[in-house]
Design a protein around this ligand. Structure first.
Ligand code: UDP
Length: 336
């Protein structure tokens, strides 16, 4: 089978590897000048910089962990997040550890006000009352145990040589065309049996039903000889940025100068990147209409955050690709 994969983020790379492993003829097209999508990182002055925001790998899915472990060893990074709140700096999610620091227990309502309302409203540009439960519930309100980590998944770590290297290894032996015109892949359509598309689903259909909404980010980077006291400090207040982080923590580095980034959320437009899909309200209704068009699209599989318009973590993107590409492989075995 000849397969054209449009986009080389974690979904595209996983699909490409799974198909190539089974002997299929795969080519990958990428508009950016690098692979790895938003997981891409770069070494800069002794620091591994997460160019498109912090990526911390975690999963409870053994198959996903084993698959990625074929291409990388892992650094035992322990991710913790501290929030700047009206009651000072506290560890989140809220747990008995925070309770001890504050000297009293907070009610669910107090936790919501302290940690979630301001941060979420600036992150999503939507009033708290309008936000769907799926977003509100992404971070647990409270944890009963004394685990100080942000994620509790069984498998956690950072790729030992960085994400860029992980993706380069996943794509070994597969032709990859980077720096391509965004629409040029269409010219290859008739030369292949299948397309796996990981770009924005609305753009696949020429935005014929309208543009899907996304949240974007503006990054303000600075070099600093002074480290932040924590890897990530969330601003749970009305300051314009949502979080600040020190990249040296993420890869357990100890450089002379680190890189510190402030993240400012904003609406997505023609000039910035679509970081977060907004699969609720009008966004979800419009996506459902594109999804119907996609279902009728013979020979194209839609994968990943942008093509399935869902807020996928890295592990979820890998798991989704494993399931959906697995189904194609099964079908091609049956047809063979
Ligand atoms: N959130 C919040 N306060 C925080 C951290 C998270 O209100 O201090 C909410 C917010 O709505 C955010 C969501 O939880 O968008 C998911 O947070 P997560 O840290 O998973 O965001 P990501 O790293 O994916 O941007």
């Amino acid at each position: 089978m000849r397969v054209l994969i449009v986009g080389s983020g974690i979904s595209g790379c996983t699909a490409a590897r799974l198909l190539a492993d089974e002997g299929h003829d795969v080519e990958v097209w990428e508009a950016r000048d690098h692979t790895g999508g938003n997981c891409h990182d770069e070494r800069s002055g002794g620091v591994t910089v997460h160019k498109y925001g912090p990526h911390l790998f975690h999963t409870n899915d053994r198959k996903v962990w084993d698959f990625l472990s074929r291409f990388t060893a892992w650094k035992a990074y322990r991710h913790t997040v501290v929030a700047e709140t009206a009651l000072g700096r506290i560890l989140i999610p809220y747990s008995p550890l925070t309770e001890r620091k504050l000297g009293r227990a907070l009610t669910d309502e107090e936790i919501r006000e302290l940690i979630f309302v301001d941060y979420s409203e600036k992150q999503w540009g939507i009033a708290w009352a309008e936000l769907p439960a799926a977003i509100k519930g992404r971070v647990p309100t409270r944890r009963r145990d004394e685990d100080d980590r942000y994620f509790t998944d069984e498998y956690q770590g950072q790729p030992a040589d960085g994400y860029a290297e992980l993706f380069a290894r996943m794509l070994e032996g597969i032709p990859v065309m980077t720096g391509q015109d965004k629409e040029a892949w269409r010219e290859r359509r008739s030369a292949v049996d299948r397309v796996i598309y990981t770009g924005k689903i609305d753009e696949y259909f020429g935005c014929s039903l309208g543009r899907l909404p996304y949240r974007s980010l503006r990054f303000e980077h600075r070099r600093s000889r002074e480290r932040l006291p924590h890897a990530v400090i969330n601003q749970c207040n009305r300051l314009p940025h949502t979080r600040e982080y020190d990249h040296a923590y993420f890869s357990l580095e100890d450089p002379e100068e680190t890189v510190i980034t402030r993240e400012y959320p904003l609406a997505h437009d023609a000039f910035n990147e679509p970081y977060y899909p907004m699969p609720f309200g009008e966004g979800q209704a419009l996506y459902q209409r594109y999804k119907e068009l996609a279902a009728a699209e013979e020979g194209t599989l839609f994968l990943g955050r942008l093509a399935t318009y869902s807020y996928l973590d890295m592990w979820m993107a890998v798991a989704q690709a494993m399931v959906k590409v697995g189904a194609i492989l099964k079908k091609s075995h049956l047809e063979a």
